[in-house]
Ligand binder design. Structure first.
Ligand code: SF4
Length: 442
């Protein structure tokens, strides 16, 4: 929580009887005296109020930190069945702003009215393709620019991992609810490689892609061709993602993308012609040199293009990204501009019939804001909801995949991570296979 208010990554708690007023000591050091209470939440509220006084800001998520702000809200909603009570309790406990309380309430109501229960034997599958045509300035994901030989070798190992996991799966009584191929940019692969990968997944897990929720992140428009999209469609894929991030050409160049806004328009046109049920488009609020007006134009155009899902991210500047190397404190600047973008996105998307349906937060996001997935009625992605719920096992295959095993009796998850570097993935391949046993009680 201190990071939301103050620069720096490390903070120290020193027990003392002296309670000074919040004071700046110079050289990035502050002293803040807290009374200290029995209850952890009360301590956080006290600290929040003191930091607020010291810095003159009131971050909208209050004392609520962590990736999944919806979780405590849903716990209260499920227990009481009363959305006003949920808001009241969340306001008291975490000091959330009215706007964030309304957002959580809308998402909770959408999920509970549109998504059925989660049977304990249901699982989801994630397969990672850690390759992209170039690396974006803000990227901290497992993404690499690699040659065709390296990609072929990677796919050969991934195929073996899928096959091995499929054999374990067939001995167990589980059912696949959704599959997500992400990355990186999966459409970096050639059309025949995509077809082969989908066939391997279908055979290993005994599914027909057209009969479950099966998503492929096409991602970067510079990798999309009609041939690849036809291959996806013919394999039974009904959902794809085309992720502009912005529709401003100068921004694309600035963030190291190899394409223009016109390429995005073409990619959407091809996808519409080929025919998919749902196209998701990701946008980012807070990209370098973008004004609120630039963001508004991008969002309006994507709504006009008719994406069924629009995910509005707040820029996160993590370690490992070029943007972080250039300016580690970037995420602390220009917060009002980002707030204006997010407010606009909510208002405009609601007006155009989109519902906010899932939410998560990341470290080092500008203004400590959030990412929100919006969908047209009934067009939500179940995979996105499940991954945030933490109540389902998700098997992750390939480099960079972080899976989870859900233990319903204890209502807890355990993470099972593959290594993120694709070369190390190949070097330690036997170990990656052995980790798959864990999902099936091994
Ligand atoms: S497209 Fe995504 S995964 Fe690829 S480099 Fe850009 S941010 Fe990273």
């Amino acid at each position: 929580m201190c990071r939301v208010f103050l620069a720096g990554d490390e903070f120290e708690i020193i027990p003392t009887n002296i309670l000074p007023d919040p004071t700046y000591l110079g050289s990035g050091s502050f002293v803040i005296g807290c009374e200290g209470a029995q209850d952890r939440d009360a301590n956080k509220r006290e600290l929040y109020n003191l930091l607020s006084k010291l810095c003159g800001i009131k971050p909208e998520w209050g004392t609520l930190t962590g990736v999944r702000p919806l979780k405590p809200a849903l716990d209260i909603f499920d227990e009481t069945g009363d959305i006003s009570l949920m808001k009241e309790e969340m306001r008291y406990k975490y000091l959330l702003s009215d706007s964030k309380l309304d957002l959580l309430a809308e998402i909770a109501e959408y999920q509970r009215s549109h998504v059925t229960g989660n049977p304990p034997d249901f699982i989801s599958i994630y397969a990672g393709i850690p390759f992209c045509p170039t690396r974006c300035a803000y990227c901290s994901f497992a993404s690499n620019v690699a040659g065709s030989e390296e990609i072929r070798e990677y796919l050969s190992n991934l195929g073996k991992e899928i096959d091995y996991t499929g054999q374990l799966y067939k001995r167990d009584k589980k059912e696949v609810e959704s599959i997500y191929i992400g990355g990186g940019t999966p459409t970096t692969l050639e059309a025949d490689q995509l077809t082969k990968l989908i066939t391997e997944l279908s055979e290993a897990f005994d599914i027909k892609p057209s009969e479950i929720e099966f998503t492929v992140e096409a991602g970067r428009p510079d990798t999309i061709t009609e041939e690849k999209l036809i291959a996806l469609r013919d394999a039974g894929v009904r959902r794809i993602s085309i992720n502009p991030q912005s529709m401003k050409d100068e921004t694309m160049k600035l963030i190291g993308r190899n394409h223009s806004a016109e390429d995005i328009r073409n990619a959407f046109a091809i996808a519409r012609k080929v025919g998919f049920d749902v196209i998701n488009a990701d946008l980012i609020a807070g990209l370098p040199d973008e004004s609120a007006e630039d963001f508004r134009k991008s969002l309006d155009e994507i709504i006009g293009i008719g994406a069924e899902n629009i995910t509005v991210h707040t820029l996160s500047v993590k370690r490992g990204s070029r943007l972080h190397e250039h300016d580690p404190e970037y995420y602390r600047r220009d917060i009002e501009r980002v707030a204006e973008m997010l407010d606009y996105s909510r208002e405009k998307l609601n007006e155009c019939g989109y519902h906010p349906y899932y939410i998560y937060r990341q470290k080092h996001q500008m203004g400590a804001f959030e990412n929100v997935g919006y969908c047209l009625e009934d067009k939500h992605s179940i995979y996105n909801i499940r991954i945030m719920e933490d109540k389902q096992s998700i098997i992750a295959l390939g480099a960079g995949g972080v899976g989870k095993i859900y233990f319903p009796e204890e209502d807890r998850i355990e993470r099972v991570a593959n290594v993120s570097n694709y070369e190390i993935y190949s070097e330690r391949f036997d170990e990656m296979l052995a980790r798959k046993d864990k999902y099936f009680g091994g």
